[in-house]
Design a protein around this ligand. Sequence first.
Ligand code: DC
Length: 252
Amino acid sequence: MESAAGAILRSVTTTEGTEQSMGIRHGVVVALDGPSSSGKSTVGAEAARRLRYRFCDTGLLYRAVTWLALERGISPSDLAALVALVPEVQLIADARGRLRRVEASGADVTAEVRGAAVDRAVSDYSKVPELRAALIGRQRAMAGEGGGIIMAGRDIGTVILPDAAVKIYLNASPEVRARRRAAQRRTTDEAQAGQILAELRARDSIDSNRETAPLRTASDAVIIHTDGNGFKETVAAVIRAIRAAEEDTGGR
Ligand code: DC
C-alpha cells in the first residue's frame, strides 16, 4: 500500500518475517561497509531512522553463529556443523524496521554476541567460505523486500549487493576505533585499552586478508573518514550520500 506522500505501508517482522505495519519510505539500496567499530551499526541505524529506511546489521549474523559455535564447541573447520547453525539465527526488527537485534535458538543474544569472547573468535568463523555462502541468500532477500534499506557489513558493496544505488565505506584509524570500543565497554584501564587495540588490528588483518569476500573498499564507494567527526556529522555525511543517490535514481 502506498500513501500520497510516497511512504510504503509495509509489514515488518520481529524476526525476518511479517508482523506489524509501519511506514517505510521508497528509497534506494545502500551498502554500508567498513572495519570493526567504524560506526556502521550506530550511524547506519540512525541514518535509517531519519530517512525512514530499513536497516540491517549483517555483522550480527556472523556474531550469532560464532556465539552458538563457541557454546557448542564447534570449530571453524567443522563445516557441516557450522553451516547447520545458520537456520537457528534470526535477526529481529525494532518498531522502525531496523534489524539490529539477534536471536539464536529463540533467545535474544544481542548483548552476548557483542562480548569479548565473540569479538576474539568472530573473524576466524567469518572467513569460512561455506558459512559466508550460507548467509548470502538471506542478506539479498532482506535487501529485496522493498523500500529503502541500509545494509551494513564488510562485503555488502563488493559481494552481497554489487548493484546497490550507493556504496558507502566508513573508515577511521585503528586508534580512534579502539577508543570508541573501549568507551562502549566503559574501559578506563590502559592495559585493557591496549588489548582492545591489538585485537582490533588482528581482526582487521583477518577480515582484510581472507580469501573469500575480504574487507575492501568498492571502487565506486563514497569513502567517509570519521576520525575528526562527531556522530552527528557522520550521520549527516551518510544521509547526504544517500540523498544524492535518491536524486540520481529518481528516489527508487
Ligand atoms: O561489524 P561487526 O564488527 O559486528 O562484524 C563482526 C565480524 O563479522 C567481523 O569481524 C567480520 C564479520 N562480518 C563479515 O565478515 N561480513 C559481514 N558482512 C559482516 C560482518
